[in-house]
Design a protein around this ligand. Structure first.
Ligand SMILES: Cc1cc2nc3c(=O)[nH]c(=O)nc-3n(C[C@H](O)[C@H](O)[C@H](O)COP(=O)(O)OP(=O)(O)OC[C@H]3O[C@@H](n4cnc5c(N)ncnc54)[C@H](O)[C@@H]3O)c2cc1C
Length: 415
């Protein structure tokens, strides 16, 4: 017969059920289990915990970002995230994992990865810690129903059966990464207890643009400045690596604008600044090149400055004759080429869906939770953390940092 700790303990929540064995749920469970005498149940609908974690960072797991600060996050009320992020900073994440035995390395931009370069290492140390702290794990057991019971909460599901808990931490993640188990269960379970959610959008995903130009550039990578506009009004900007795909653009800098592209409505334009010069400087370089290589074909105007396929596409988009020589180009044509290179425009058609997205923008309404504890303002004893809430971050370790930080705060159960 299972030992019933609740009978001998006078702590506020003797039995705690964590729904969702992803990043935030594992962190929450480990934090709850720090208090002796507490019984922690970690319930996961998939066959194993941390499945999405294994796919993060292309299998390398970008587990945090040393530069992550509260101001980097988005949501209807992004300030909601601040107390959790201040209480558990990227340095705390590193210390936490160091204590579990994980060695890490920091790459440019503050991105932190396991030294082993394998997300498996991150999951392994978490699993060992869950085991060591005696956390009871139910895998392959989706929570299908969550309701208030006489004493606390009743959780049930066909494979799970019926469980009772004094407190519940909802850590079900969001709809993104559907192939890795991203589901909308968390919003539904929250709703069963009276919580509402905002609109949901896929974020950190490919931006789909009119395809003619990107298709010719498929696979080309470039460091660029990006701006997203609507009717000439700037909506968002980013800088970094962009990769052209068959249907548009991906890469970290493109991903960082995907949230704005998803929520921004129609008639959006993506502007790429393909070289880090002002127009005068670039024009000077192009003039000098025409003098130095007068016999070169005009299609080669940017050769040596841009990826050759990209250079040719820019020349074509600027409507320069592709067959003539550099000596035949007029100053007005060079100006058109420079402008095209510094403001390469792609009309936006939308973004890829939740299947391909890394994160969900939107989620359970944060005004219904207390940011100092992550406890529900509607249902005492109900806590939430991670992506299920209406908070999301940019590409580069920010979303896992939110998962760890909010999970650690929720796991304190208001103490
Ligand atoms: C391909 C990909 C790559 C990514 N790379 C990075 C990266 O490198 N760095 C970064 O910071 N972020 C990255 N992210 C985002 C990051 O993985 C998530 O933001 C983070 O995992 C969210 O943690 P979470 O605990 O809230 O949700 P999840 O990690 O999604 O965990 C939620 C868990 O709850 C379970 N669950 C759902 N419903 C139920 C239910 N009814 N009953 C029981 N269990 C349930 C799910 O099966 C899941 O295991 C990536 C995401 C994807 C999809």
């Amino acid at each position: 017969m299972e030992h019933d700790y609740s009978k001998e303990s006078n702590i506020r929540f003797p039995t705690v059920a964590v729904v969702g064995g992803g990043a935030s749920g594992m962190m929450a469970a480990l934090t709850v289990a720090k208090v002796p005498g507490r019984r922690v149940l970690l319930i996961e609908r998939q066959q194993r915990v941390g499945r999405k974690l294994l796919a993060t960072g292309n299998g390398r797991c970008n587990l945090t970002n040393r530069n992550a600060a509260p101001g980097d996050y988005c949501g209807t009320d992004a300030a909601f995230a601040a107390p959790a992020l201040k209480a558990f900073t990227p340095e705390d994440t590193l210390a936490f994992f160091r204590e579990l035995g994980l060695l890490t390395v920091t790459e440019p931009g503050g991105r932190v990865y396991p030294l082993s370069d394998s997300a498996n290492s991150v999951l392994d140390v978490l699993r060992f810690a869950l085991e060591e702290r005696g956390i009871v794990i139910h895998c392959g057991a989706p929570v299908e129903e969550l309701r208030r019971g006489k004493r606390g909460f009743v959780l049930s599901g066909e494979a799970l059966g019926r469980l009772e808990a004094d407190a519940v931490i909802l850590a079900c993640g969001g709809a993104a990464g559907a192939k890795l188990g991203g589901v909308t269960d968390g919003y539904r379970l929250g709703k069963e207890l009276g919580h509402r959610r905002t609109a949901l959008y896929p974020s950190l995903t490919r931006i789909r643009t009119e395809a003619e130009l990107p298709r010719a550039l498929k696979g080309v990578r470039v460091q660029a400045g990006l701006r997203l506009t609507r009717g000439g009004v700037l909506l968002a900007e980013s800088h970094g690596e962009v990769q052209f795909t068959e249907t548009g653009v991906s890469g970290p800098a493109g991903f960082d604008l995907s949230r704005a592209a998803a929520c921004g409505g129609d008639r959006l334009t993506l502007h790429l600044r393909l070289l880090p010069f002002d127009e005068e400087t670039l024009l000077g370089l192009l003039r000098a090149r025409c003098m130095q290589f007068p016999a070169l074909e005009s299609a080669e105007l940017f050769t040596g400055m841009l990826h050759n396929r990209l250079g040719r596409v820019v020349v074509k988009a600027a409507e320069l004759p592709m067959q003539g020589t550099l000596s035949s180009l007029t100053d007005a044509q060079l100006q058109a080429a420079a402008r095209q290179c510094l403001d390469f425009c792609l009309p936006v058609l939308g973004v890829d869906g939740f299947d391909a997205a890394q994160v969900t923008a939107g989620g359970l309404r944060t005004d219904e939770f207390d940011p100092r504890t992550m406890e529900s303002r509607l249902v005492p004893g109900l806590f939430a953390c991670g992506e299920v809430l209406d908070i999301d971050g940019p590409c580069g370790g920010y979303n896992l940092q939110w998962a760890w930080a909010s999970g650690a705060l929720a796991g304190r159960l208001g103490a």
